[in-house]
Write a protein that binds this ligand. Structure first.
Ligand code: SF4
Length: 126
């Protein structure tokens, strides 16, 4: 069982209760298909410009998270034909944030949760 922490973006927190994300964790689908089973450890919301994201990740790690996933909405948008990375997502520097979290906490990170864009293989920082 893999213990997973989630960091989501404040720009989506009033609209998305992470329903698909939790379902995918339970069913080990989408970005969670790399695990045999998942135990959600907790969810934090990043706030612009992301200065506190390392501290949030440290808390998730202290609570037992073995890996942190960053929500798909940070780098992709829902279009007519499904989710796409063409126009980006809510965050224009999500890769830098994830890199910083990984570097400063040592915790593995994965870019993506539910409703992954077609052909996107979740990038991992291990
Ligand atoms: S820094 Fe990026 S991920 Fe964090 S709240 Fe702002 S846009 Fe969202």
């Amino acid at each position: 069982m893999t213990k997973v922490g989630i960091i989501r973006c404040e720009k989506n927190e009033q609209r998305c209760p992470l329903t698909s994300g939790f379902r995918c964790m339970m069913e080990t689908r989408e970005a969670f298909q790399i695990y045999e089973s998942v135990m959600p450890i907790g969810v934090f919301t990043c706030r612009c410009p992301g200065d506190s994201v390392v501290e949030l990740a440290k808390i998730l790690k202290a609570k037992g998270a073995e890996v942190i996933h960053f929500t798909t909405c940070t780098f992709a948008k829902k279009e007519d034909k499904g989710w796409s990375m063409e126009r980006g997502g809510f965050c224009d520097h999500i890769d830098e944030l994830i890199e910083k979290v990984h570097r400063e906490t040592g915790i593995p990170c994965v870019k993506g949760t539910a409703h992954l864009p077609k052909d996107y293989v979740p990038r991992q920082w291990t």
